[in-house]
Design a protein around this ligand. Structure first.
Ligand code: NDP
Length: 292
């Protein structure tokens, strides 16, 4: 039976360490500040944003909550970003994605000052990551690295298979996994909808990272005995037995996977809590840079 990687416990430990750093900075007169910008009232985005703000406050950080109507123009949003870039109380700027279709997401990401790009989505941050230079790593991939580290799992010399090639998860985590760094040095295969035989690839994985957004698509027979399984997917599946009418599940069929995997992350409670934690980590890092 697989060992469950407890993302909540790892996140709590890391947040405890961050709270200490926040306390030290406050003693020097600096309070790390995060601006969270949300357009519209999509329920999933609203709940992510609320969780981010709450976590910020729990750590003693300053959180500025900016809620705008979905009809906000691109021009007004760019103006707001410009103001936040120049605001000394703000160390990190997060614009909750996806944005309404009349706004060019890339234009907004590029407008954020790279020194406040705590999501790690700015081309400057992405480029620095590729070049293995110090930067803000994107939060979900960074969280995965921490989960592996806390679980004593080294990727070095292993075969890592990533399912998904999005800009926020698949691309960065596959890159980090092969970097010649303590967290990497693996041989990486990236799968996507153009992959001819997905099962053939996943069966090769010593570490399998599923980030496709397809409920329970990775079944037990796709997992090699002893593999480490990191399930990034968060999917809502209709379930009339639940009061809210749905249940959350990952991209991996959890019960089946537990039969073959050596380690596995649950959904919820695996990668999810780490994403917000690494956002806080990046905001503290930015504030420390401001403090010098
Ligand atoms: P995207 O939809 O942007 O990307 C999905 C990727 O998976 C694409 O590259 C797509 O391939 C690939 N894919 C989809 N279906 C298949 C398939 N049948 N076979 C092989 N590859 C497939 O998703 P994200 O990366 O943004 O998110 C992935 C999942 O992770 C979602 O469930 C999301 O909710 C979750 N997530 C969780 C986070 C957390 O904190 N826990 C944070 C971010 C995301 P192609 O490129 O060919 O289309």
């Amino acid at each position: 039976m697989a060992t469950i990687i407890d993302g909540k416990a790892v996140a709590q430990d890391l947040r405890g360490k961050l709270a200490e750093r926040v306390k030290d900075m406050k003693a020097s007169g600096v309070v790390p500040g995060l601006a969270v910008v949300l357009l519209g009232d999509d329920p999933a985005s609203r709940s992510y944003v609320t969780a981010k703000e709450k976590s910020c406050e729990e750590l003693g950080m300053y959180s500025r909550d900016i809620r705008l109507p979905a009809e906000t123009s691109e021009e007004d949003l760019l103006k707001l970003i410009g103001e936040l870039n120049g605001d000394e109380a703000i160390d990190g700027i997060l614009v909750q994605l996806p944005l309404p279709s009349h706004i060019d997401e890339q234009k907004i990401i590029v407008a954020i000052d790279p020194s406040k790009d705590v999501d790690g989505f700015h081309p400057m941050s992405v480029g620095r990551m590729l070049l293995e230079q110090d930067t803000f790593l994107p939060c979900t991939p960074h969280g995965i690295l921490k989960l592996l580290e806390y679980s004593g799992i080294s990727a070095r010399g292993k075969k890592v298979v990533v399912v998904g090639r999005s800009n926020i998860v698949g691309k960065p985590i596959s890159n980090l996994m092969f970097q010649k760094q303590s967290w990497g040095n693996a041989t990486v295969t990236v799968c996507h909808t153009g992959t001819a035989d997905l099962k053939k690839e996943t069966l090769e994985a010593d570490i399998l990272i599923a980030a496709a957004g397809r409920p329970e698509m990775i079944t037990g027979d796709m997992i090699k005995k002893g593999a480490v399984v990191i399930d990034v997917g968060v999917n809502r599946v209709e379930d009339s037995s639940k009061k809210r009418g749905y249940r959350l599940c990952g991209d991996v069929a959890f019960d089946q996977a537990c039969e073959s995997a050596s380690f596995i992350t649950p959904v919820p409670g695996g990668v999810g809590p780490m994403t917000i934690t690494m956002l806080l980590f990046n905001t503290v890092k930015s504030a420390e840079a401001r403090l010098g």
